[in-house]
Design a protein around this ligand. Structure first.
Ligand SMILES: [Zn+2]
Length: 259
């Protein structure tokens, strides 16, 4: 027998035993996953509200980002999917849903529940979308929005770094997780009014020189809400990069209508 087939069979068998012990649930709707489903059930996987922003140099996320960084030329920004939580995305004919589709659970699973498997799975999706886009093809360095060292220590990992490493792999670019540093602790952006969000992260980051030459830097985070955090990171990165270096941003999710 082909040894690859037996390995796959063994993996499937182990997963089915594990499923009996502790059923894996769809991150979005909470329904029990079938043996070949990963992280999302088939209907939720089919309904992911993809932005397709990676294929468009100009898009609403890039417009917000460019307005914040006031760059001389238009910079690129892309997210994999929209944050939407609405029952309309669930087919009413499907009777077996235990809950409504909620894609915010994808980034929460990585950020709060250390679900690295899900983080890497969706990061790979983002990576392959970016790799297909010509304007991201020359990205040669990828970094992530850093956590404050104290928060990083308490959480044990940086969710943005997990995504960024996979994106770098997909793009064939170098990864440098220490290009940016959070020099000031900031309050959670979620609790602040829009005007306070910009002030909260302004000047919160510093950068150290990148090793080797960089033509196109990509800064990765999990979620793009107001864009203030990524804009503050861009301002910091700009201080250590030549003016000709392009700085783009990418996230798993883009929050619509958030301001
Ligand atoms: Zn589902």
């Amino acid at each position: 027998m082909d040894p690859r087939i037996s390995r796959i069979d063994l993996k499937t068998a182990l997963r089915s035993v594990a499923d009996l012990a502790a059923p894996r649930l769809c991150l979005s709707c909470g329904r029990k996953l079938l043996i070949y489903e990963r992280h999302l059930c088939i209907p939720c996987r089919a309904d992911i509200p993809f932005t397709h922003y990676a294929s468009r140099t100009r898009n609403p996320m890039a417009d917000i980002y460019n307005a914040l960084i006031e760059a001389d030329r238009y910079q690129y920004a892309a997210a994999l999917f929209f944050f939407r939580s609405d029952s309309d995305s669930v087919d009413s004919e499907a009777e077996d849903y235990s809950g409504e589709a909620d894609y915010t659970a994808i980034t929460k699973a990585l950020k709060y529940h250390a679900n690295f498997g899900a983080g890497r799975y969706f990061a790979d999706m983002l990576g392959s979308e970016l790799a297909r886009a010509l304007h991201f093809a020359d990205v040669d360095l990828v970094t992530c929005v850093p956590l404050h060292p104290l928060r990083r220590y308490r959480r044990g990992y940086n969710q943005a770094e997990i995504i960024a490493r996979r994106v770098a792999l997909a793009l064939g670019a170098r990864f440098d997780g220490r290009l940016l540093r959070r020099v000031r602790r900031t309050r959670s952006q979620a609790s602040l009014a829009p005007a306070a969000k910009a002030a909260n992260v302004s000047g919160a980051f510093s950068a150290r020189p990148a090793s080797g030459s960089v033509r196109h830097l990509l800064i990765v985070d999990d979620v793009f809400t107001t864009g203030n955090t990524l804009a503050a990171c861009t301002v910091a990165a700009r201080t250590v990069l030549p003016p000709s270096c392009r700085i783009s941003v990418a996230t798993l999710a883009f929050v619509e209508n958030n301001y």
